[in-house]
Design a protein around this ligand. Structure first.
Ligand SMILES: *Cc1c(COP(=O)(O)O)cnc(C)c1O
Length: 709
């Protein structure tokens, strides 16, 4: 057993009356509670901003004078007491997870993921998969589901995106400062950081130090191989998310799966269920299997036992997106492993062999599907695609009968609702609405919000977004390392009165960021219409090794800085959670243009929708379940076909010209575009309950978590 570090250490200037701020700063609960964030911001707005909204970093550097003043300011103390009351109540509240006598036996659900998107100050994510994992943990905390997250600490930190003078993405990393973040070393009984060791990789085991992130009532445990005990070759295993070096990638996955299992053991956590978020951690299943064999089971019995307690969630609808390792590499690291399972080399390799591509290598998804008794895709459509894709593993079954279910993704409402919008809901939905927010009936109260109020709140958020963008552009200009064309492309000419489309996500080929530019003359007409103009805001990073993604960014940026588009197209640098929040709150329409059926679910459109930003999308992912004819727009169709860009773009433009633009600019005599607000309201009430992480986690409980032995 081990205990978390007593956090009474790092904030020497903190007066005793405000001691609670220390606990608050060390639990990410603050990140999804606007009043708690406000408590930090009230101390010193500028310092809050400069810290990157990181209370741990800020509290380290605030002067004792500022803190003493707060401690004697009755207004501050009033807020402080209220937030601390809610915080403590949250931590101790009666849990909602179905509490039965068996629950004690059940132990924890161990949730493995290579990335977790929790807050800007914790650089452990790349994109949608990470936010899904982060939102899952937050919602499990709200519902008191006994889950433990297992993942990596990536000390190299984020990729910071700069667009250089030639209009290309430059990649810089910004190392993570482990000491100044809402994370703590997990300590062993001697007060040292707990370490686990992973054999197989080297003749001496590779070690990983363990960090803990408190996500409300849930713990996330992160492994860090960048510690002095390790040979430099192995220190870098956890350096960076999704390395393209195959061998290092395999080592990462060995540490994630096998090391992760050891973390659970070291912490003394009984594990009732393994939940793998994507195949990267599938070795965790092997490790559990090995334990069963060690306890005396034969291989088949052990395999059945592991299948009884595991759930695999897949997110990738393209064959090439799944990890496959050359058999030689697997042999190099696992030749001492298969004897422990009581099987031979071929039987071991068969665990990861695709029946139709037997020589292609060891496939992590095949391994996960073979060893998980339950699996799911992340939207209805993605369920169909996934069953089709993996049919070969169930040659006897009809496609419909293949045991891969689906649970459509959702977002953690408290994290993604803009505070002013949430205040509106508080005012009109009645007390306690948040606790019932997956109930569609609550959302009918959207009709009580006067159109003017919703519209004005939205308009204010659009001003805030454009303000933020201009501020970013101004700092960039001021830094001197750029030229005027560049700055023009970064949004300096944006106008809050203009219909604004938003497109922000990872830049990768299938998402087709440039689809709307297919017929440039037609687009220009829309952008330059003197009475009813349109503007488009883009943001997104591309993986350093994704050449196509880099080209797309370059192409969009060329449009953004071209005088021919007149400053109506902007590309904003360095998309991250912070910028995502501004964008999903502040644009008028969220644009989504993937090649169907490549978007397994997508979540950014949901984040926009719950804030009243309607979706303009090709039918794919969550939107196939979300669109009801009144809450946004559908263009193109889901049929799979080649050379579809021109056709899709034509339909997209037609919708804009004939429906979206006229409706947006049709304000009634009172200056409010009531028809538009109608769509906003339909968007909110149809999407928020159905695509909330609450609905999603409840479904995981009912279908999978609750039925474990
Ligand atoms: C939500 C989110 C994503 C994922 O969005 P998709 O629509 O699923 O592509 C990626 N990055 C950030 C910063 C996000 O907030």
């Amino acid at each position: 057993m081990s205990v978390s570090e007593n956090p009474n250490r790092d904030f020497p200037n903190l007066p005793e009356q405000l001691n609670g701020l220390e606990d608050l700063a060390e639990n990410l609960w603050w990140s999804w509670n606007p009043q708690a964030r406000m408590l930090f911001k009230m101390l010193d707005r500028q310092a809050w901003k400069e810290s990157g909204h990181n209370p741990d970093l800020m509290l380290r550097h605030l002067s004792s004078e500022i803190l003493k003043n707060a401690a004697t300011d009755p207004n501050y103390i009033r807020h402080y007491n209220l937030v601390m009351y809610h915080f403590n109540r949250y931590l101790n509240e009666t849990p909602l997870w179905p509490r039965t006598p068996q629950d004690e036996d059940y132990g924890h659900i161990a949730y493995f993921s290579a990335e977790f998107g929790l807050h800007e100050s914790l650089p452990f994510y790349a994109g949608g998969l990470g936010f899904l994992a982060g939102d899952h943990l937050k919602e499990c905390s709200d519902l008191a589901v006994p889950i433990i997250g297992i993942g990596f600490m990536y000390p190299a930190g984020y990729l910071r995106q700069f667009i250089n003078r030639d209009g290309w993405q430059d990649n810089h990393t910004q190392p993570m400062d482990r000491e100044a973040a809402s994370i703590n070393r997990l300590l062993d009984e001697n007060g040292e950081q707990l370490r686990i060791s992973v054999p197989y990789i080297n003749h001496t085991p590779v070690e990983a130090g363990i960090w803990e992130v408190s996500v409300g009532r849930v713990s996330l445990l992160l492994m860090d191989t960048d510690i002095e005990q390790n040979d430099p070759r192995f220190r870098s295993i956890s350096q960076q998310l999704y390395t393209s070096d195959r061998e290092k990638r395999l080592l990462q996955e060995i540490v994630l799966g096998i090391g992760g299992s050891k973390v659970l053991k070291a912490r003394g956590s009984k594990c009732g269920m393994l939940h793998l978020n994507e195949g990267h951690a599938a070795f965790a299943l092997l490790e559990k299997l090995r334990e069963f064999v060690e306890q005396g089971d034969d291989f088949d019995r052990a395999k059945q036992r592991i299948r009884d307690m595991s759930l695999f969630t897949t997110h990738t609808p393209v064959v090439a997106g799944h990890d496959v390792f050359p058999f030689e590499l697997i042999e190099k690291y696992f030749q001492t492993y298969w004897p422990k399972l009581g099987i031979g080399k071929e039987e071991f390799m068969d665990l990861g062999r695709h029946p139709e591509r037997p020589d292609a290598g060891f496939n992590m998804t095949v391994l996960a599907l073979k060893l998980s008794g339950k699996s799911n895709a992340v939207s209805r459509k993605h369920g169909e695609v996934t069953r089709h894709m993996w049919h070969a593993l169930w040659p006897e079954s009809e496609e419909k009968q293949i045991p891969i279910d689906h649970i459509t993704n959702g977002v953690h409402l408290a994290t993604w609702l803009e505070p002013k919008i949430r205040l509106l809901y508080n005012r009109y939905f009645g007390e306690g609405w948040y606790n019932a927010h997956d109930n569609p009936a609550i959302w009918e109260f959207i009709e009580e919000i006067p159109d003017r109020e919703l519209w004005q709140t939205h308009y204010w958020l659009k001003l805030k977004l454009i303000d933020h963008i201009r501020h970013k552009a101004r700092s960039r200009w001021y830094s001197g390392d750029t030229d005027p064309f560049q700055i023009t492309g970064m949004g300096t000419m944006l106008d809050p009165s203009v219909l604004t489309l938003g497109f922000a996500r990872r830049f990768t080929e299938y998402k087709r960021a440039d689809l709307i530019f297919s017929d440039l003359e037609r687009l220009k007409k829309m952008l330059h219409n003197p009475w009813r103009p349109v503007q488009i805001i883009f943001a997104g990073k591309s993986h350093p090794d994704d050449a196509k993604g880099h080209e797309l960014i370059h192409r969009i940026f060329e449009f953004a800085r071209s005088n021919e588009l007149g400053g109506r197209v902007a590309f904003i640098e360095n998309y991250n959670q912070h910028l995502a929040q501004y964008m999903v709150h502040g644009v008028d329409v969220w644009l989504n243009t993937p090649v169907p059926p490549m978007e397994a679910s997508g979540t950014s459109g949901i984040k926009a929708a719950i804030n009243g930003v309607p979706h303009l999308s090709i039918p794919d992912g969550w939107w196939l379940e979300g669109f009801n004819g009144k809450n946004g727009w559908n263009f193109g169709n889901e049929a799979e076909k080649q050379d579809r860009n021109n056709e899709d773009a034509d339909q997209l433009c037609r919708l804009l010209e004939e429906e979206i633009i006229p409706k947006y600019y049709q304000a009634d005599e009172d200056g409010v575009p009531h028809q538009w607000v109608r769509i906003m309201k339909e968007t909110i009430k149809s999407c928020a309950p159905q695509f909330s992480a609450r609905r999603m986690v409840r479904e995981y409980i009912m279908k999978f978590y609750g039925t474990s032995k």
